[in-house]
Design a protein around this ligand. Structure first.
Ligand code: AR6
Length: 185
C-alpha cells in the first residue's frame, strides 16, 4: 500500500509518500531510526536496523555517545540499502505533559530533515517515531509527524522526497487519513 502527495512552494515540488512496509527495506538516501538518548539500538525499528545493518552502526553510535530528546544524529547505513541512518530521539510519552511531548516529537522530525539537507541528501524515510515502545498515541503522533514534515517542505528550496513508512496496515490507514485531512485544509 502506498500513496503520494505533492507539496509545492514557489520554487520546487516535493513529494510526501506514505507506505506500508519494513523501513529497513527502503532505498532512500537515509532512513530514520527511532532512537534513544544513549544511542543504543534496542527493539522495534532500532532492532531491525541493528540486525540488518550489522555492527558498524552501533559502533558509530558509541563514538557519538548520546543525543538529547528531540535531537538527531547521523551515521552510515552499514549493510543496509541506504548510505545513512539518521537516529532521531522521540519522547517517552508518559515522561512529559502532552504539549511538551508533542514539541519533542516535532523537533525530532525537524532536526532529522535539517541533518538530511546539511548532508546534501534528498530522500528520507521516517518510521512512526515514539509510537511503539515509547507509547505516543498514534492519532496525535500522525498529526505532528505529518504537519512537521509539510511545514518543513513548504519552506525548503531544495527538492526533497520524504516517506513515512508504517509497519501495519492500521497505522498506514491512520497516517494516510490524517495526511488527506491536513492537505485538504
Ligand atoms: N519498519 C517500520 N516500522 C517499524 C518497524 C520496521 N521494521 N519495526 C517497528 N516499527 P519503536 P519508539 C514501528 O518501538 O516508540 C527501541 O528499543 C512500530 O510499530 O521502534 O520511538 C529503541 O532502541 C511503531 O509504530 O520506536 C528505543 O529505546 C514505530 O515503528 C525505543 O525503542 C516506532 O516503534 C524507541 O521507541
Amino acid at each position: 500500500m502506498e500513496c503520494q502527495y505533492l507539496i509545492q512552494n514557489a520554487e520546487v515540488t516535493h513529494t510526501l509518500k506514505l507506505i506500508q512496509g519494513d523501513i529497513t527495506e527502503r532505498e532512500t538516501d537515509a532512513i530514520v531510526n527511532a532512537a534513544n538518548i544513549n544511542l543504543v539500538l534496542g527493539s522495534g525499528v532500532a532492532g531491525a536496523i541493528r540486525r540488518k545493518g550489522g555492527k558498524s552502526i552501533q559502533e558509530e553510535c558509541n563514538q557519538i555517545g548520546s543525543c538529547e530528546v528531540g535531537g538527531a544524529v547521523i551515521t552510515t547505513g552499514g549493510n543496509l540499502n541506504v548510505k545513512h541512518v539518521i537516529h532521531a530521539i522521540g519522547p517517552i510519552y508518559k515522561q512529559y505533559p502532552p504539549k511538551e511531548a508533542e514539541l519533542h516529537l516535532s523537533n525530532a522530525i525537524k532536526n532529522s530533515l535539517e541533518i538530511l539537507q546539511d548532508n546534501k541528501l534528498s530522500s528520507i524515510s521516517f518510521p512512526a517515531i515514539s509510537t511503539g515502545v515509547y507509547g505516543f498515541p498514534k492519532h496525535p503522533a500522525a498529526d505532528i509527524i505529518i504537519s512537521t514534515i509539510i511545514r518543513f517542505l513548504k519552506t525548503s528550496l531544495i527538492q526533497l522526497s520524504v516517506e513515512i513508512c508504517l509497519f501495519s496496515s492500521d497505522d498506514y490507514n491512520i497516517f494516510n487519513n490524517k495526511a488527506r485531512m491536513i492537505l485538504k485544509k
